[in-house]
Design a binder for this molecule. Structure first.
Ligand code: GAL
Length: 404
């Protein structure tokens, strides 16, 4: 009964074109850093949060728009206190959470935490099921700006509930609704609004209902930091581009720039594709260890500007005359999407090195005329009716074509 009410609610909202969370949060894909890929549970500490915040400033990342310092799983103790409150682990947060949030706010940055829709988080810390209002009140009292909400130990036909349920008792929407409602109520009252990030790993086609539940939603299982993950996630972003819009974006998962499992070209394509598909740009790396070439990738202002374009429309694939059809699970060479002052074209050598060319007249949003353009990785620019680039294996070119 509850389930069908939720579906009905979503249908009404969609039909009326109103998203439940139309509260001014997440109008652009969020940018920041998350602790999880850095050192999993060990990085969920005040030390990592403050160190990263300082690095955002000293490395010039804050000036480019990187804003959220997000602490993932394992920040609390394993048990709630006597009144049912979450308890920051004192060995990781010696002065509590609020002191860190205040410091981070003082630096002009934002702070995020992680929770879970089930009884426990994926790493076995307290989940929020049945305690949504009280947990949101706690987040609000600390001044937290971002809440990633996972999908472990949710209601399941197996007993005891496993960490990852393969046979849930209901659609994920039902597990996410109580927290959504608590956040909508809090955001209506507070000036310090929470960004609600749904982490249900793309289950139940979250992109079709995510905008009524959160400000961003993970559309896949994790990015494991290898080329196979970039291929799997990047290729599947093409089919769901239409669901991203200001206020609600497909989240392709944290960036693994700096992973030893991907090379330089793959890192560029990873960042470039996440940028043009309007994914949140959340760094999953230790900023103390970043190489200068990786720093150059994450600081590419041209790509960041494309990602943060106010139109908020994700690029998708297009098929120029004579090009092969997209292959399932592989990164297609030709991508394009609208910008407020032009069109972005992505050329990906996802399966083979070679010369990649397009005539502007074949690109959605462009016509048979001369345009000026600029390529964002090499800085090359020009004007004409077409573009052509030699691209080595797994590398990418991102071209902004001006229409103004
Ligand atoms: C996973 C989630 C990861 C990370 C991890 C923490 O479910 O997809 O991004 O948050 O849990 O345990």
């Amino acid at each position: 009964m509850k389930y069908s009410q939720d579906i009905l609610f979503s249908a009404i909202l969609l039909a009326s074109g109103t998203a439940a969370l139309k509260d001014g949060v997440g109008l652009k894909p969020h940018m920041g850093w998350s602790s999880w890929n850095v050192a999993q549970c060990n990085a969920a500490s005040a030390r990592y949060a403050l160190d990263t915040a300082n690095k955002f400033i000293s490395l010039g990342l804050k000036d480019l728009g990187y804003q959220y310092i997000n602490i993932d799983d394992c920040w609390s103790t394993k048990n709630r206190d006597g009144s049912g409150k979450l308890v920051p682990d004192p060995s990781k947060w010696p002065n509590g959470i609020k002191a860190v949030v205040d410091q981070i706010h003082g630096m002009g940055l934002k702070f995020g935490l992680y929770g879970c829709a089930g009884t426990q988080t994926c790493a076995g810390y307290p989940g929020s099921e049945g305690r949504e209002k009280s947990d949101v009140a706690q987040l609000v009292s600390w001044g937290v700006d971002f809440w990633k909400y996972d999908n472990c130990y949710t209601p399941c036909r197996q007993n005891p509930r496993p960490q990852t349920c393969q046979n849930p008792t209901a659609n994920t929407t039902q597990f996410y609704a109580p927290m959504r409602d608590a956040i909508v109520a809090a955001n209506a009252k507070e000036t310090n609004k929470l960004h609600f990030n749904l982490c249900n790993w793309g289950r139940d086609q979250v992109w079709t209902w995510g905008a009524n539940y959160g400000h961003s939603w993970r559309m896949s299982v994790d990015n494991w930091g290898d080329w196979a993950s970039v291929e799997r996630i990047g290729s599947s972003a093409a089919g769901i581009h239409q669901y991203s819009a200001p206020g609600g974006f497909n989240d392709l998962d944290m960036l693994y720039i700096g992973s030893s499992k991907i090379n330089e070209n793959q890192s560029k394509l990873h960042f470039g594709l996440w940028a043009i598909t309007k994914s949140p740009l959340v760094l999953g790396l230790d900023l103390n260890k970043i190489s200068s070439s990786h720093l150059a990738i994450i600081k590419n202002k041209g790509l960041i500007d494309i990602n943060q374009d106010p139109l908020g429309k994700a690029a998708t694939t297009f098929r120029p005359p004579g090009a092969a059809a997209p292959a399932q699970g592989k990164i297609y060479p030709y991508w394009a999407g609208p910008l407020s002052d032009g069109v972005v074209i992505g050329l990906c050598a996802g399966t083979s090195a070679g010369k990649y060319s397009v005539n502007f007249k074949d690109v959605p949003g462009l016509s048979d005329r001369t345009y000026t353009w600029k390529e964002m990785f090499t800085g090359q620019s020009g004007s004409g009716t077409s573009i052509s680039f030699d691209i080595s294996l797994h590398d990418m070119r991102v071209i902004k074509v001006s229409t103004t």
